[in-house]
Design a protein around this ligand. Structure first.
Ligand SMILES: [Zn+2]
Length: 146
């Protein structure tokens, strides 16, 4: 399960709407709770560096990834996943998405955008067979860990 606040989900929807008709993307920073829930602590926006196919492809700026990893090096947080939008397509992983899984540990958050309006957000992770995505439950507004 992945936990995000309503504010984080709204923020992603706003970014997805703003990027329309192109795909938005960015990193999800978070930590692993003892109850096996991945809690997102913040979102780092990226430009979509796939300028040639920005309407149906995305790529997070590698410089942002490097800077984030450096910043997180000695702390409790890590890059837990990333988000991207599907302009005029549902919030389901595409065949291209599956081909683009280079890091099986990362969670994929996909936001569907219809005519500029962001809607459903779904989370996925590669399943244990490592050849397909499985849906991951999103827990919205979990109580902070004590
Ligand atoms: Zn996609």
């Amino acid at each position: 399960m992945i936990a995000l606040s309503s504010a984080q989900l709204d923020h992603i929807r706003i970014l997805a709407g703003r990027a329309y008709p192109e795909e938005c993307c960015g990193l999800l920073i978070g930590n692993d709770r003892p109850d096996d829930i991945v809690a997102v602590t913040r979102i780092v926006e990226s430009v979509n560096v796939r300028r040639d196919r920005a309407r149906d492809r995305f790529e997070i700026d590698p410089q942002i990834r490097i800077a984030v990893e450096r910043e997180l090096r000695d702390g409790p947080e890590r890059v837990v996943g990333h988000y991207h939008s599907h302009p005029d397509h549902p919030a389901l992983p595409s065949a291209t998405d599956l081909e683009m899984v280079f890091e099986p540990s990362l969670i994929w958050l996909i936001v569907g955008v219809t005519a500029g309006r962001a809607g459903e957000i779904n989370a996925y992770r590669l399943d244990t067979t490592a050849v397909q995505f499985e849906a991951l439950k999103i827990h919205e507004n979990m109580e902070p860990n004590r």
